[in-house]
Design a protein around this ligand. Structure first.
Ligand code: NZQ
Ligand code: ZN
Length: 396
């Protein structure tokens, strides 16, 4: 086991009707008077979540300012807009209601509201974040786990960059998770969300040193997503299935599944974020397309990883080792089963199906090397720019 430090100071409130009286009580507990309510393109108004939130805000006696229209793959321009509202009105808390995009943008708003300069400075250098407004989140989709981590991902359309912002100041203070709020998530977003959850756990799994606790959590998480995604696609108002997906998603990104392991540097995310930055594709779909190609390529480069891939085949994809004549056949069958799963829930086969061409592959690979949380050489199998280009070509 590797040494670690762990601190995840977010209070989670999970369950049916979990906002009722509790949101107002939490707002009063932290002394929130002026609140910026942030949300996306309007799903929360259609579902009635907005009304529930407003009623709690009124109960708590808060003055409410609003920032709506936060984009999927949120733009830094929205962050600057939100920060300006906070500064002008001395807002003392941000309440994000929506998916990862709204929560991520809101984290950046909390930081930028306490910073004298453009928000993009803080994306480029998280150490410039010296304080941030407190954040509450109400998550409405099982996907990113942003409600339980201290990072966000922000897009700059001008520079064609999509980069993480992170700081110890960005943990939400309280996050509310009502699985019934996810009933209305459309099929395409259910699929994208589930693929994102799976990727977060795969990223933590394919490292060299893995603690048994982490391994168990990750394997259970992957099986849970593969079991319940088809259930919610068929039966969107299945509370139990929605609950299981939502709770699994919440644990995906807060580091819990990496404790005691070699650190992960999220190689699939590094590559996908580049593709999203150029083509604005849906994050989870890009991840699902790239994942099998990247994982196969790692093994091609380093056969020493075979034992982990055998565990992936038996413990996650639930194949029996004795049914295959070699580890290689077992592992390939596992990838086939994973790809069949992705196809069965509607993930397109290749990046070209979502409009991507090979035009920018080299620039993407070079950008990862200089801008990601770690250079390409820190991948589980040290990569070069050419390796990234090869994985992207195979993913086309
Ligand atoms: O904008 P609205 O109208 O709310 O609609 C959203 C949006 O169109 C809709 N939606 C969300 N909840 C809904 C709903 N529609 C109906 N009913 C509901 N209950 O879904 C669409 C997508 O929303 P978005 O917030 O973009 O989805 P997601 O949660 O997948 O977030 C994706 C973003 O998070 C980043 C991604 O890169 C991407 O920018 N990530 C953030 C991470 C983090 N903070 O730790 C980690 C992830 O790896 C990821 O990179
Ligand atoms: Zn992700």
């Amino acid at each position: 086991m590797r040494p670690f430090e762990y601190y995840s100071p977010t209070k989670l409130v999970f369950g049916l009707d979990c906002l009722k009286d509790k949101l107002s009580a939490e707002l009063q507990r932290v002394g929130a008077k002026k609140v910026l309510l942030t949300y996306g393109g309007g799903s929360i108004k259609r579902t009635g979540v907005y009304d529930q939130v407003q009623s709690e805000l009124q109960k708590a006696g808060c003055t409410v300012f609003e920032l709506s229209g936060i984009e999927p793959n949120p733009h830094v321009t929205s962050v600057d807009k939100g920060a300006a509202i906070c500064k002008e009105n001395q807002v003392d808390l941000v309440l994000a209601v929506g998916g990862g995009s709204t929560m991520d943008a809101s984290k950046a708003i909390c930081a930028a509201a306490c910073y004298d300069g453009p928000a993009w400075d803080l994306v480029l250098d998280g150490s410039k974040i010296k304080k941030a407004l407190p954040l509450f989140t109400i998550n409405t989709i099982a996907a990113t786990g942003s409600e339980y981590d201290n990072t966000g991902v922000i897009t700059n359309l001008e520079t064609k960059e999509k980069l993480p912002i992170g700081s110890p100041f960005l943990w939400p203070v309280v996050s509310f998770l009502d699985p019934s709020f996810t009933y209305s998530v459309p099929a395409s977003q259910i699929v994208a969300g589930s693929c994102d959850i799976m990727s977060h756990f795969f990223e933590a799994y394919f490292v060299r040193a893995l603690s048994p606790i982490a391994q168990g959590v990750i394997e259970a998480a992957e099986r849970t997503v593969m079991k319940y995604t088809p259930v919610v696609l068929k039966d969107p108002k299945n509370y139990e299935a929605r609950s299981k997906l939502l709770w699994t998603s919440t644990l995906g990104c807060n580091g819990f599944a990496t404790l005691g392991n070699d650190p992960t540097v999220f190689p699939c995310h590094a590559i996908e974020h580049e593709v999203s930055a150029y083509y604005d594709i849906t994050h989870g779909i890009g991840l699902a397309i790239i994942t099998p190609h990247l994982l196969r390529y790692f093994l091609e480069k380093d056969a020493g990883l075979t034992p982990r891939y055998v565990e992936f085949a038996t413990n996650i994809m639930e194949l029996k080792r004795e049914d295959y004549e070699s580890d290689a056949a077992l592992i390939e069958a596992a990838f086939k089963k994973l790809e069949d799963f992705y196809r069965s829930i509607g993930v397109p086969a290749g990046l070209k199906d979502v409009g991507v061409t090979d035009e920018h592959f080299k620039a993407m690979a070079e950008h990862i090397d200089s801008h990601w949380i770690a250079p390409l050489s820190a991948f589980v199998v040290p990569f070069t720019v050419d390796d990234v280009v090869e994985v992207l070509k195979r993913s086309l």
